[in-house]
Design a protein around this ligand. Structure first.
Ligand SMILES: [Cu+2]
Length: 267
């Protein structure tokens, strides 16, 4: 069947959907910190409980609110007792039962302390919006739509990504024989590959897309996730006259290493 198009589908979830089921990104627009009772005498620093939580993470543009739940007055002063105020923010004295908030406009790690009780220390980490909350693992979502059409005795495989600049490996096999294997970078959200073969019911072409990361070609070190198998699809002629069929919408997730959110070393 030489007519255009070809149907089929079969999206095999290469990766368990369970992995992607949890929310990929937590909300980091706001964070709250409390100064609990008893922090005006030393001791809380032993367990990092002078400000609770000791460390909060927010996105750029996010707001942190400190509430004074102690009976003494405190300050929230950027910097450290050892080095003094950095000047980035300073609540000045705020009384029991009141609160102070600060909006963070730049990525970075901001230690702070209490001017009155210098053993009181805490940290605010400000990350790129949408960055992942865990240092070592992150989940994301990448979708690839696989389409195919018969062209001059071959098959054209068209991909549509949900993200720009996906680096990926595409592998197509037929009868266990590799008919296409290529590493590519999708400048746009779409890409096309030609295969010198036509799928059939008996001999479908299996297509697998593996994400290698998102970012500029050749700069692997700066690529972000998700990486891993994104989609697999079977190309089988089925619909003789339909110009283009969306075959496989898929799939998910996975794991990359390292966020780039912590550019500045922790103090
Ligand atoms: Cu204090």
């Amino acid at each position: 069947m030489k007519t255009i198009a070809i149907g089929s589908f079969f999206v095999l979830f290469a990766i368990a959907t369970g992995i992607g089921a949890s929310p990929a990104f937590a909300d980091h627009a706001t964070a709250s910190v409390s100064t609990p009772q008893g922090t005006s005498v030393p001791g809380c620093e032993a367990t990092n409980e002078c400000y609770i939580p000791y460390e909060v993470t927010i996105d750029v543009g996010g707001v942190v609110t400190w509430t004074n739940d102690d009976s003494a007055a405190h300050t929230v002063t950027a910097g450290s007792a050892a080095d003094g105020p950095s000047g980035v923010f300073d609540s000045s004295l705020f009384m029991a039962g009141t609160s102070f908030e600060h909006k963070f406009e730049e990525v970075g790690t901001y230690p702070y302390f209490c001017m009155v009780h210098p053993w009181m220390e805490g940290i605010v980490v400000v990350q790129e919006a949408g960055a992942e909350e865990d240092d070592n693992m992150m989940e994301g979502e990448l979708m690839v739509t696989v389409m195919d059409s018969a062209v001059k005795g071959g098959t054209q495989i068209d991909l549509e990504f949900s993200e720009l600049h996906v680096n990926y490996e595409i592998t197509a096999t037929q009868n266990g024989e590799v008919v296409l294997q290529e590493t590519a970078h999708a400048m746009e959200m779409t890409a096309s590959h030609m295969v010198d073969a036509v799928g059939s019911d008996e001999n479908p072409i299996d297509v697998e897309i593996v994400s290698l990361g998102i970012g500029a070609p050749g700069e692997e070190d700066s690529w972000t996730g998700p990486v891993g198998t994104v989609a697999t699809a079977k190309v089988v002629p089925e619909f003789g006259t339909i110009a283009m069929m969306i075959l496989a919408v898929a799939i998910i997730s996975i794991v990359a290493v390292t966020t780039k959110s912590r550019v500045i070393p922790r103090l």
